[in-house]
Design a protein around this ligand. Structure first.
Ligand code: S3P
Length: 171
């Protein structure tokens, strides 16, 4: 079984994926990290040198490779993964997918501390970030919302979110 975690940047995918991997014993794969390893460059460097489209094609290619291996895995997706090509259909047909839904204020407060490594928001002014995130999230919602499960995360402990996912999967 592949457990796929989707959600906007800063929604806690990596953190929850780590906890889920420990709790289930399923190996952890982080799509961003796989891309970084493959290219031997950071996400910011890939965007800068080769552009977003190159990144999205690579993201799709590596996603295909991961979901086509039928091994037990916890897969942390990139924030944009579900919104490109027909990635969400592929995710739905090959994984048990969860959208980690966090509110705009929660996302913004986390992202303000880590803008630099995220090329899509690196140049957004701090005071513009709430509006940017609200609009961007709204555009992506139709994709995120197609996940098999939607988990609201505001005010919940990461350990409780992890237990909720395990319960939903009857593991
Ligand atoms: C992106 C999110 C990032 C990374 C890239 C693009 C996005 O992943 O894939 O910077 O389009 O939202 P995280 O959500 O893990 O930060």
């Amino acid at each position: 079984m592949i457990i796929a975690l989707a959600g906007y940047m800063g929604s806690g995918k990596s953190r929850i994926a780590k906890l889920l991997s420990t709790a289930t014993g399923f190996p952890l794969l982080d799509l961003d990290k796989e891309i970084v390893q493959r290219e031997n460059a950071s996400i910011a460097e890939i965007f800068q040198a080769k552009g977003e489209l190159y990144f999205r094609r690579l993201e799709r290619q590596i996603l295909e490779q991961i979901v086509n291996s039928s091994q037990d895995t916890v897969l942390s997706l990139g924030g944009g993964t579900p919104a490109y090509f027909d990635n969400i259909s592929l995710i739905k047909s090959t994984t048990r997918s969860f959208y980690l839904q966090a509110s705009v204020p929660t996302l913004v407060s986390r992202l303000l501390k880590q803008k630099a490594k995220r090329p899509l928001i690196a140049n957004v002014l701090d005071e513009d970030l709430p509006e940017f995130v609200a609009k961007h999230l709204f555009e992506r919602l139709p994709y995120y919302a197609q996940c098999e499960f939607i988990i609201t995360t505001d005010g919940k402990k990461p350990e409780d979110i992890t237990s909720e996912i395990i319960q939903l999967l009857d593991l």
